[in-house]
Ligand binder design. Structure first.
Ligand SMILES: Cc1cc2nc3c(=O)[nH]c(=O)nc-3n(C[C@H](O)[C@H](O)[C@H](O)COP(=O)(O)O)c2cc1C
Length: 267
C-alpha cells in the first residue's frame, strides 16, 4: 500500500451498512490475526462475525460518552498486562490490523471499551473480555463521501509537533527535508488518535528522532495516549522504509514532567 496517500485520505467511519462482509474475507482477516499471534504470543485477537450481538451488549456503554458504533463486525485484541510498554504495543498491533482491513477495501473505526464493566466484556468475549480495551468496528461505509461533514479531521501543523534538538524549538520544513523525513512527518500526522488529541511530539536530533507524549493529568487518559503513540510509531516505521531505512524504535520511557520521552529512532 502507498501509505503516504492512504494516511492523508483515511478517516474514521462511524456509519456502516447493515451488510456482512464475505465469509472468505473474514477468514483472510483471521489469517492475518493468526500471523500476528504467532509472532507475539502474549496477544489474542477476537473477531465478532455477528456484530449485532456485540452492539446490543455495548449499546450505551462503549465509545465516547456511551456512543456505541453499530457495525456488522468488530475486532478486538486482548493483551495480558496493562503496562506502558503493552499499551504502546497495543496501538501498534491493532493499527497494523486496521490498515490490513482498510487495504482490503473496508472502512473502520476504533471504539474505546476499557471503561465498560468486566461482566459485560466477559459476556461478549469470554474470560479474556476484561483484557480487551478497544475494538475496531469494520464493514462497508453507509452513504456517499459527498454528504459527509469533512473529509479529514483537524490536525496540528508540522511546526507544532516537530522540533529541532528540544521541544519548543520548531523544526523548519528545511530541517525535515534535510533529514529526508518531510514526507514521512507530513503524512503520519494524519494517524488516528483517541479523541483526536494527537499527543505526539517529535524531536529531531543529530543522529535520531525522538518521540514524546504530551501527558494528561488523568492517568487513564495517559494509557489512551500511549496507545496513540504506538499507532504513530507504526506509521513512522512503515513510511521511513520509503527512504530505505528499515530500523525500529528503541523504547526509552523517561518522565520529563509535562512530557513522557517514549522512544528514539536512529537516523
Ligand atoms: C486509541 C483510540 C481510541 C478511539 N476511540 C474511539 C471511540 O471510542 N469512538 C469513536 O467514535 N472514535 C474513536 N477513535 C477515533 C478517533 O476519534 C479519531 O481517530 C480521531 O477523532 C481523528 O479522526 P479521523 O480518524 O477521522 O482522522 C479512537 C481512536 C484511537 C486511536
Amino acid at each position: 500500500m502507498v501509505l503516504v496517500d492512504f494516511l492523508q485520505d483515511r478517516r474514521s467511519v462511524r456509519k456502516f451498512k447493515d451488510k456482512k462482509i464475505d465469509k472468505s474475507e473474514l477468514e483472510r482477516i483471521k489469517g492475518y490475526c493468526k500471523t500476528v499471534e504467532d509472532q507475539v504470543p502474549s496477544v489474542k485477537f477476537f473477531i465478532a462475525e455477528n456484530g449485532q450481538t456485540v452492539y446490543d451488549k455495548l449499546l450505551g456503554k462503549a465509545g465516547y460518552g456511551g456512543h456505541m458504533i453499530k457495525a456488522p463486525h468488530y475486532m478486538g485484541l486482548a493483551i495480558s498486562e496493562d503496562t506502558d510498554r503493552n499499551n504502546l504495543a497495543l496501538g501498534f498491533i491493532i493499527e497494523q490490523m486496521n490498515t490490513q482491513i482498510i487495504e482490503m477495501g473496508y472502512d473502520t473505526c476504533w471504539i474505546t471499551i476499557h471503561f465498560v464493566d468486566d461482566e459485560t466484556r466477559k459476556a461478549i468475549f469470554g474470560e479474556a473480555g476484561p483484557m480487551i480495551k478497544y475494538l475496531i468496528a469494520f464493514g462497508y461505509r453507509e452513504g456517499k463521501k459527498l454528504f459527509e461533514e469533512s473529509a479529514v479531521s483537524w490536525r496540528h501543523p508540522l511546526n507544532e509537533i516537530c522540533f529541532k534538538d528540544e521541544i519548543g524549538n520548531p523544526a523548519s520544513l528545511e530541517d525535515l527535508e534535510e533529514r529526508a523525513i518531510l514526507e514521512t512527518m507530513s503524512s503520519i500526522r494524519f494517524a488516528p488518535s483517541h479523541k483526536n488529541k494527537q499527543p505526539w511530539r517529535f524531536v529531531i536530533k543529530d543522529d535520531c528522532v525522538e518521540i514524546y507524549m504530551v501527558k494528561s493529568d488523568d492517568e487513564v487518559e495517559n494509557k489512551d495516549r500511549l496507545v496513540d503513540i504506538g499507532v504513530i510509531m507504526l506509521y513512522f516505521e512503515e513510511l521511513i522504509k520509503n527512504i530505505n531505512v528499515y530500523d525500529k524504535w528503541t523504547i526509552i520511557f523517561e518522565d520529563q514532567g509535562e512530557y513522557l520521552r517514549v522512544a528514539k529512532f536512529k537516523l
